[in-house]
Every structure is written in structure tokens, then in C-alpha cells.
Design a protein around this ligand. Structure first.
Ligand SMILES: [Zn+2]
Length: 291
């Protein structure tokens, strides 16, 4: 069967190897029907490991890495993973995203439209980002790095209060004078130092800014929402799951292909065959201009 070429994606941060070389240029393959189906069944919250497996299956090469497996995908920053999800979504459903949100103002509750261009959320950043950000604290020189899928996977497994989980994450991201921190070390830092580290990361991050703002049409209050690109993709695929089943049924019925073969096709190929089938059944020419 024909396949669809991958699209090039330049990661905002990229993966640094042991020699400090950064690998940013990736290739994104379209989701196959099998991946669409798995995501549609994955539930409301996609775990970080599910996301890594998904990215491993649709990322072709990344810089000098000819293949991206789940552990390499987990080593990508959270921002790079979100960047890829936004590109996957734009490829499947288009660049424009229309959301509806309820106004939180007391006594209002009106619905507001939020109109988003994904390419504006995830712009290409030609300039390379540093592997770590540096901050000078009274306690010494600190380095902070962006959180990765692996950090998210560790947090996913840990029970505990918001503060405990936050301290665990920061202890993984920050070193002071070249020394790793324990969660207790992080919490023992003065608030001013912790704030300086958080500010350095917020200002230096290459992650897409997923905070959206909209105005309530009734009371003009500002609505703030945070976009989760993987949850969005899963929600949209869940909405299309029945259609996917119908596509498999129609293609299997007419072409006698197996379910496995049909689900190995990306959506654009399935839709192209369905279009050809429609023309065939309508008695129209299969290619425009041919009789
Ligand atoms: Zn309102």
C-alpha cells in the first residue's frame, strides 16, 4: 500500500546527547488507524508513558538518531512533546481550534468561544536553546533544566500532596553548585531562591505557551484556560471512533482487506480510498478528466 511521507518538525528544545550535541530536526509520521483507535480508547487523561509510546510510533528520525523509541521520546522535554502533539493535531484536524468555555464569574456562566491557531501556539524557533539555564543564587550557582516526559512519568506514579510532588519535580530539575538536590533540599532553600529558579525557567522555557485567554460575551470577564494538547487529541479521536469503525467496515466490505491492514493506514489514505470507492459506486470517473 502507498504511504504518506513524514513531515519535518523542528523541536523547540531538542534532545542533547552525552557529547552535548543537540538533536532538534524530527520527522513526524501521520497517526495510523491503529494509533487513532488506541488513543480514542485511552480515557480522559493520557499517562506520560502512553504519550511516549505514541510519540515513538509517529516520530521517525530525530537529528542523528535514526529511530525514536519510547525511552528517547520520554527524554524529550514536556514542551517538545506538546509541540509535537500540536503538530499532530493540526495535521489531522487543521490548524484552527475552536473551544467553548463557561464563564466562571458568579451568576454568569455564559459560554464563550475560544478561537486558537495552533501554529501561533507552537511557532518554529530557529535559535537553539541551551541545555540548562543558569541562575546565581546566594547558595551558589544553580542550573535548572526543563521537565521531560520521564519526569512526568515519575510524578505520575507518586502519591502525595501537591507540595510534595512539586518539591520532587524541582529536586529533579535543579542542581546547586553541581550537586543534585533532594526534595527536602529544595524545600529548605529560601523562598526567594526557589522563586528565582522558577522565574529563570519560566522566562527561558522553549515550551509552547498553552494558557489561553478569552472574553466572556455577556459580562466581559476574562476566561483563562490551559490547553492539554494530548487530552485534546484523545478527545477529538474519541469523538471520531464510530466513524473509524465505519471506515474499517466499508473498506473491508468492498476491498476485502483485513482490519489490521486497514488500521495500518493513516486517515488521509483511508479517506482517499473511500472517495475512490464513492466515485466507483456512483459510476463517476475515478480520476478527474478521465472518462
Ligand atoms: Zn461572564
Amino acid at each position: 500500500m502507498l504511504f504518506e511521507p513524514p513531515i519535518p518538525v523542528l523541536l523547540p528544545h531538542g534532545l542533547f546527547d552525552e557529547d552535548g550535541r543537540c538533536h532538534r530536526q524530527g520527522e513526524l509520521r501521520p497517526l495510523t488507524g491503529r494509533e487513532e483507535w488506541a488513543l480514542a480508547q485511552a480515557g480522559e487523561q493520557l499517562g506520560p508513558r502512553t504519550v511516549s509510546a505514541l510519540l515513538a510510533s509517529c516520530l521517525g528520525r530525530l537529528g542523528a538518531y535514526p529511530n525514536v523509541d519510547a525511552s528517547l521520546a520520554a527524554a524529550l522535554t514536556r514542551g517538545d512533546r506538546h509541540h509535537l502533539a500540536l503538530h499532530l493535531r493540526a495535521r489531522m484536524y487543521g490548524d484552527r481550534l475552536m473551544l467553548v468555555a463557561r464563564c466562571p464569574a458568579p451568576g454568569c456562566g455564559a459560554m464563550a468561544d475560544v478561537d486558537v491557531c495552533l501554529s501561533a501556539l507552537a511557532p518554529e524557533r530557529p535559535d537553539a536553546a541551551p541545555e540548562v539555564l543558569r541562575v546565581v543564587l546566594p547558595e551558589g550557582h544553580a542550573e535548572v533544566r526543563e521537565p521531560t516526559g520521564e519526569d512526568d512519568a515519575v510524578l505520575w506514579d507518586v502519591e502525595g500532596s501537591r507540595e510534595e510532588r512539586s518539591a520532587l519535580l524541582w529536586s529533579r530539575l535543579v542542581e546547586v553548585e553541581g550537586r543534585p538536590l533532594s526534595p527536602g533540599d529544595w524545600r529548605a532553600l529560601p523562598a526567594k531562591s526557589r522563586h528565582a529558579v522558577a522565574l529563570a525557567l519560566a522566562e527561558g522555557t522553549t515550551a509552547p505557551d498553552l494558557g489561553l485567554l478569552a472574553r466572556c460575551p455577556r459580562c466581559s470577564a476574562w476566561l483563562e484556560l490551559e490547553l492539554d494538547p494530548f487530552a485534546l487529541l484523545a478527545r477529538e479521536l474519541r469523538g471520531g471512533a464510530e466513524r473509524l469503525e465505519t471506515e474499517v467496515h466499508v473498506l473491508a466490505f468492498h476491498y476485502h482487506w483485513s482490519e489490521t491492514d486497514i488500521l495500518a493506514l493513516p486517515r488521509s489514505r483511508r479517506w482517499r480510498y473511500l472517495e475512490l470507492l464513492r466515485r466507483e459506486l456512483d459510476g463517476r470517473p475515478l480520476v478527474d478528466g478521465w472518462s
